[in-house]
Design a protein around this ligand. Structure first.
Ligand code: DAK
Length: 257
């Protein structure tokens, strides 16, 4: 199958998906998200594939969801646009997912990385949830998954004060599995995925499911509440101002309404 916003390859037992919107730092527009989920589901249903790797470019894993696509959306538009629960379908993938992250890993990009089962990062990776700069909050599990992986203190700084973590910090705080030089991060991720892909498939599937269950028991409710709050913010002037200010390359003027 050919795609417009991603590239796919097979490396032995691993399905590799590369985001391919370099001019927008791999920002996720709707078609890119649909292609990502389609490719993941195809690999998940392919018996010769044991694990998947998701990556971007050396400069950016992904700079988040496409702000230009969302800027004028109303709360109802946002709610309806998500009626296929496209982000949730990533959580439904049965085989292990490894994110190979270099450069910017922000907003929805960091949320997709956190939906993966493991993260291998280059030394240049930078992790953040900068939605607060746009007058919104993370909308796809970021508040919940960050609080569980890096703890409340760091999650709070990231979500309400745009703290960005270096790769070394992300490793220290437990967000990622390892940090390696930029020249080898993708090879390391493929090697790890191939190792896992060669293991007993049913046990790997079950192990993934159970670890996620321990991690996610109360996540479902949290994600639903978070999404409702995220959509609600699209009825505020501040969301319009924050996103327009980004596109117009100026500082936002917050009104608190
Ligand atoms: N959206 C659209 N375009 C983006 C973008 C983004 N998120 N990030 C970067 N770009 C574009 C820039 O506009 C610029 O395009 P041109 O001006 O050249 O046309 C190009 O990529 C290069 O960016 P910069 O010139 O800004 O590059 P710099 O190296 O100077 O800065 C940066 C890199 C990553 C620090 C900066 O681009 C930046 O701050 N980007 C925005 C990061 C951000 O705020 N991310 C969060 C987005 S909100 C949902 C669930 C979740 C979400 C949405 C929906 N549902 C459940 C429905 C998630 C929301 C988000 O992620």
């Amino acid at each position: 199958m050919s795609y417009s916003f991603i590239l796919t390859e097979i490396h032995d037992r691993v399905g590799l998906i590369r985001f391919n919107r370099p001019k927008a730092l791999n920002a996720f527009n709707r078609p890119l998200m649909e292609e990502l989920v389609q490719a993941l589901e195809d690999f998940d249903n392919n018996a010769s594939i044991g694990a998947m790797v998701i990556t971007g470019s050396d400069r950016a894993f992904a700079a988040g969801a496409d702000i230009k696509e969302m800027v004028e959306a109303s709360a109802v538009d946002m709610l309806l646009a998500d009626n296929l629960g496209i982000w949730d379908r990533i959580r439904g993938i049965k085989k292990p997912l490894i994110a190979a992250v270099s450069g910017w890993c922000l907003g929805g990009g960091n949320e997709v990385a956190m939906m993966c089962d493991m993260i291998i990062a280059s030394e240049t990776a930078k992790f953040g949830q900068p939605e607060i700069n746009l007058g919104v909050i993370p909308g796809s599990g970021g508040t919940q998954r960050l609080a569980k992986s890096v703890g409340k203190a760091i999650a709070m700084e990231m979500v309400i004060n745009n703290r960005t973590l270096s790769a070394e910090e992300a490793y220290r705080f437990g967000l990622i599995n390892r940090v390696v030089p930029v020249e080898v991060y993708l090879d390391e991720a493929l090697k790890l995925a191939n190792e896992i892909g060669a293991r007993a498939p049913l046990a790997v599937r079950s192990g993934k499911e159970m670890v996620n269950q321990a991690f996610e028991t109360f996540l479902k409710e949290g994600v639903v509440d978070e999404r409702r709050a995220f959509y609600f913010l699209f009825s505020s002037d501040d969301q319009k101002e924050g996103m327009r200010a980004f596109i117009e390359k100026r500082d936002p003027e917050w009104k608190g309404k």
